[in-house]
Design a protein around this ligand. Structure first.
Ligand code: ZN
Length: 766
């Protein structure tokens, strides 16, 4: 599924119902659902569910089914009326005799009423205009599986069954379900009964119905195994736009069948409904919003995302909500696979890398913290980590295994596990068994731990064609250091010849020596961007006009000559080496740093502007910089050199830095802070007779001098930044408005005519 409102997930109220075990006591073999949906304006349905049930245990006589809100009139087991109890959305009944796990029971439930919706506003059963339809996932209900909104069922990710739907509509309406349309016939009341059949076992949340005045748009597709019909149902006024917008669905099918193997169901279908908040991958009948019918890339990737779920989620289903990345992370990566298949490898890579930028910059903010992909809590099952970071990690898995192994093992995964439910551990172990690669380190690094690894070249020795490269792994927003890291290093010479070698290592450091076909000038780790590590990379050939490098906070203004340059920028979400070091009176900050590699042509000089927000984004480091006018740019050409301060043109505003240099050079760039008092970082107050009140303080602090003569007060943040300097005019006390200062500890240092009197700390609270 894909929802279009990110805010929705933050607003939903979470309803966690008491854990119930009734779902484990039965397996449903088959559902016959006879549902009358003729009263659209009254928002009512009525139905008879014939459910073929197999107990999972011997001596079973107490059973339960899920059914939300709807009213049960009667219940029969094997044709005999049995009393029932319908409370808290669980329909319980007890049979007179006991059944064994080799028996099957025919359970018949007569029910009616107004079906419910997810309090989170997404899933459930909708009456919208002249249509009625369901959305099978409830983002705020527990479990998220949401068949119980419209029929009694065993609502779980793991209990899969086959289905016959007999949907009664007014004679001039259609009912569309998943699977194959067996018949439509008029009944004695001149209503139409639509019979649809799903022959493959599926989970309840993947069943669907859409009732409306629909037209059919049909496409032919010759699949790997057979002809597969593609039917799009929409209102008459949408036929033209649907015919254009969905024309690439056969191409999507071909791309996915080539990658994952034969389409696992009998028909491809979409029903366009009166809904505007996303789409849902119901088997063979994707419920699709009426505001996404175009050839725009975002609409095409929405169609592709839902279609790919037929493999990822619908054929092999996540075993629990904690495994949701197996559904949604993969379907999100399949968007990029579609773009790649349709528009070429570079287009697919660009799609993936813009997702990576989102992951690094936003996913943890949207989900209120850095989360591991596996084991995500109920409130974030459908959050950015699962979708976006999930896709980023799938991209990394592809790079780790290589294309041929990656796609071959996926084909095996679907061939050997179709119509089942699997968890993350089973997936990991399947990959290990089939590829011969121990996938434990990969899953520990990318799936089971929050945050990111960060890889950089920490040493590079070039001696002719003999090179030794050292890679350092850092841990970003995690307490974990991964093993079996695989980092490609691409070596460049000044003609932009390249050669790539793999460095594989355990732990924090890996060193490898190579004999190369040419003498390299420099090297870039993971130049082909196969890793979702804590870097963002961008490259361009610049000449003549201003070029902004996407995601890396850097703009180059080349000279108005014919000179040009190839420039590659890595923005590192990690602290520069030797941060904290003082260079004169400038301290190298622990903020993110840039690495620039370039090949200039002619006498290239590019004025370059580095920017960064001094945000509260935790991956940006929590270093607070309120040191107006004290930001410097630090530079070193190679990792073996010392950092130095370089001349800049500074343009700083409260909360952001923009700092420019006249001519870009290859090397590392980091921010420095000019310290005004080199002894301040020690922060040892030297008590004097001056009093600070109130302390802690909220808005105005008073420095009471008493008998002590004081002419100046300097106030420093704990970073050592000079916040303000007060020239004392009143020799009894001075006041300072601190309402614009951040909360935290500050140091006040007192002077009389240049002679230090001592210092003291005070605390600002909010
Ligand atoms: Zn999805």
């Amino acid at each position: 599924m894909k929802y279009l409102s990110l805010m929705l997930i933050l607003l939903v109220s979470i309803q966690l119902f008491a854990q119930v075990n009734h779902r484990d006591s039965i397996n449903v073999v088959h559902y016959d659902l006879h549902i009358e949906i003729t009263q659209l304006s009254q928002k009512k349905i009525s139905g008879v569910a014939n459910i073929l049930v197999a107990p999972t245990k011997a001596n079973s006589s107490a059973f339960g089914l899920d059914l939300q809100r709807l009213v049960v009139d009667s219940l029969k087991v094997n044709g005999q009326i049995v009393s029932h109890n319908h409370q808290n959305d669980i329909l319980r009944f007890t049979t007179a005799q006991s059944y064994s796990n080799t028996d099957t029971l025919s359970v018949e439930v007569y029910y009616q009423g107004t079906p419910g919706k997810d309090p989170g506003g997404w899933g459930g059963f909708y009456f919208a205009g002249n249509q009625a339809f369901n959305m099978g996932v409830g983002m705020s209900v527990n479990p998220h599986v949401y068949g119980r909104a419209w029929y009694p069922c065993n609502d779980s990710f793991t209990d899969k069954a086959t289905y016959d739907f007999f949907i009664t509509t007014q004679s001039d309406y259609e009912a569309i379900c998943g699977g194959i349309n067996v018949s439509d016939t008029l009944d004695s009341q001149n209503n139409r009964v639509w019979h649809w059949k799903i022959e493959q076992p599926i989970s309840t949340y993947l069943t669907s119905v859409a009732v409306g005045d629909f037209e059919q748009v049909h496409f032919n597709y010759s699949g790997i195994d057979c002809e597969i019909p593609i039917d799009i149902y929409c209102s008459a006024s949408q036929v033209g736009s649907v015919t254009t917008a969905f024309a690439d669905v056969p191409d999507m099918m071909q791309i996915y069948e080539n990658h994952f193997g034969p389409y696992p169901f009998s028909r491809v279908g979409y029903s366009v409904v009166n809904f505007t908040s996303g789409a849902m991958e119901h088997v063979g009948n994707i419920t699709y919003p009426n505001n996404a019918i175009s050839t725009a890339l975002s609409d095409q990737t929405l169609m592709a995302h839902e279609l790919s779920h037929m493999w990822f989620g619908n054929s092999v289903t996540c075993a629990t909500a904690e495994d949701m990345w197996l559904n949604e992370g993969w379907a999100s990566y399949c968007e990029a696979l579609y773009v790649e298949g349709k528009h070429g490898y570079e287009a697919g890579k660009a799609y993936s890398l813009s997702n990576h930028i989102f992951v690094i910059q936003r996913a943890h903010l949207n989900d209120n913290g850095f989360l591991a992909l596996y084991g995500i809590g109920h409130e974030n099952t459908y959050g950015s980590t699962v979708y976006k970071k999930g896709a980023d990690v799938v991209r990394t898995l592809r790079g780790y295994l290589g294309d041929s192994t990656f796609f071959a093992v996926l084909k095996l995964w679907f061939a050997e596990n179709e119509y089942s439910s699997k968890d993350t551990y089973e997936f990991r172990d399947f990959l290990s068994a089939k590829t011969g690669v121990d996938m434990n380190p990969f899953f520990d690094t990318w799936v089971f731990n929050p945050g990111f690894p960060h890889y950089e070249i920490s040493d590079l020795l070039i001696n002719g064609t003999q090179t030794t490269v050292k890679i350092t792994q850092k841990s970003i927003a995690r307490q974990f250091m991964g093993d079996a890291s695989r980092v490609e290093v691409t070596f460049f010479n000044s003609s932009k010849d390249t050669v790539t070698r793999l460095v594989q290592f355990d732990g924090a450091h890996g060193t490898a020596s190579f004999t190369l076909p040419f003498e390299p000038e420099f090297a870039i780790p993971d130049y082909y961007c196969r890793l979702a590590d804590a870097t963002i990379k961008a490259e361009k050939v610049v000449s003549g006009s201003q070029q902004s490098f996407s995601g890396v906070n850097l703009v180059v203004y080349p000279p108005l000559t014919n000179d040009s340059a190839w420039i590659h920028v890595t923005y590192n979400y990690s602290k520069p080496e030797k941060y904290g070091q003082m260079v004169g009176d400038i301290e190298l900050t622990p903020l993110n740093y840039w690495k620039v590699d370039m090949i200039p042509y002619g006498d290239f000089k590019g004025r370059t502007r580095f920017t960064r927000q001094l945000s509260n984004n935790p991956i940006d480091s929590t270093f607070s910089a309120q040191m107006k006018d004290s930001v410097k740019l630090m530079y070193r050409a190679t990792v073996s050199e010392d950092w130095k301060s370089i001349p800049t043109i500074l343009d700083i505003t409260w909360g952001s830095v923009a700092i420019s240099i006249d001519s870009l050079m290859a090397g590392e760039y980091a921010l420095g802070i000019k310290r005004y008092q080199v002894d301040v970082p020690n922060f040892v107050p030297q008590k004097c007779e001056i009093t600070i009140v109130p302390n802690p303080v909220k808005s105005v602090v008073n420095f009471i001098f008493g008998e002590t003569a004081c002419s100046r007060v300097d106030v420093f943040s704990l970073d050592g930044a000079l916040m303000t300097q007060i020239k004392v005019r009143n020799n009894i006390q001075e006041t300072l408005d601190v309402s614009e200062f951040s909360a935290g500890t500050y140091l006040a240092r007192f002077y009389n005519n240049g002679v230090s009197l001592g210092s003291d700390k005070f605390l600002i609270v909010r």
